[in-house]
Ligand binder design. Sequence first.
Ligand SMILES: Cc1cc2nc3c(=O)[nH]c(=O)nc-3n(C[C@H](O)[C@H](O)[C@H](O)COP(=O)(O)OP(=O)(O)OC[C@H]3O[C@@H](n4cnc5c(N)ncnc54)[C@H](O)[C@@H]3O)c2cc1C
Length: 403
Amino acid sequence: MVRAVRWARRHHIPLVPRGAGTSLDGESVPPDGAVAIDLRAWNRVLEVHREGRWARVGPGLVNADLQAALRPHGLFFPPNPGSWLTSTIGGHVATNASGPRSFRYGSTRHWIRALDAVLGTGEIVHLGTRSEKRSMGPDLLQTFIGSEGTLGIVSEVTVRLAPRPPVRWGLALPLPARPRLGPLAVALAQLPDSGLSAVEYLDAYSARGLVLSRGAPWSADTGRLLVEVEAERPAEAEQRVRRLGRLVRRFGIASAGVVFPESDRLWDLRGEAGRVMDEVLGSRIRDDVAVPPGQLDALVTALQRIARREGVAVHCFAHLGEGNVHPNFVVDPASRRADRIRRAMYEAALRLGGTMSAEHGIGRVKRAYVERELGRPAARLLRAVKDACDPDGILNPGNLYPD
Ligand SMILES: Cc1cc2nc3c(=O)[nH]c(=O)nc-3n(C[C@H](O)[C@H](O)[C@H](O)COP(=O)(O)OP(=O)(O)OC[C@H]3O[C@@H](n4cnc5c(N)ncnc54)[C@H](O)[C@@H]3O)c2cc1C
């Protein structure tokens, strides 16, 4: 890898590190003349340390393969993006990926202890530590997470692990026609001893799509609240589900919904929501904005207003507990109208105290808006980090940074 980077630097050839290629904003698409570095062969579990709850892995290891290797140890790696059956740990690090379980466990950045990477200079850096604590200036490991292959190529990752709860139930609850999403998300987050590890939302359109195209076992007539309850024993899970049922009744959810005794099946279905939209709606804006959960209804109202003004349809699913909405605007994503929609959507998210990019990163699609969110001085700092790690700009050019 070091030789490849040095060669590329000498010949001014751009390099694009690439895992499974599932990122959604053009992060791993090589521009003309660039060489893609396919990391999928670096896919070994190098070491699992059960007591220390960490594992060393190659960056090309697929999330699902890591989970399978950890099962006999009673451990798991919490980030579970909808793409978990194919996407890689290196890709998760480079995009700071999240998943339904981020509601309880946080995003990838909370689950990386250390990594090795080759900078754009050809130098190797070892970032992070296996120690539980370290106080040593700004955290360079965290600077690397979410850097979308623009600072260095990650060659090894030490992931943190969590004990796998013995019981994990998924529930798909029917929502009323006009759910109060913000208050619901806040109430669920505040429910004591809930064991809730995921709180997701499908609008009626997405929920019906999963029924018709993927055989989801719920009725096709309402939106759905999807949750996961973790527990030590089935009796504890039952008690938690009963308490949850009492709470959601206040929000017009009267039925117990559909129970998934093995919740991964629910997350596989949920992970198909985007692909179903691909099949049904084709090319469109598929976005990723977030606001504080209490502002969710204001965000959804703003998105609907934008769609009405532009004369297009919008369908949403969301990581509800984290205030992260994926709006799907049915519009040619390369059109001027799409530009207007994106700008208005990001302005609405920022006005409500949120972000234009909750988990999918920036890539090529959103880089023009980075300075608007960060402000000029912070955008300049970001650029300075890039210049220090990759002075010739050979790593993933055209990605993440504003021109
Ligand atoms: C159906 C579907 C569902 C999804 N659901 C979610 C979700 O729930 N949550 C979420 O956060 N995302 C989701 N995504 C987006 C995507 O899966 C994640 O961003 C994932 O982490 C990308 O992993 P990858 O292996 O495909 O990386 P790639 O797409 O190959 O690369 C992504 C970025 O990482 C860089 N990169 C890859 N490997 C390395 C490395 N070793 N060193 C340095 N840089 C590297 C690339 O250059 C690129 O910038 C979804 C995508 C799809 C298609």
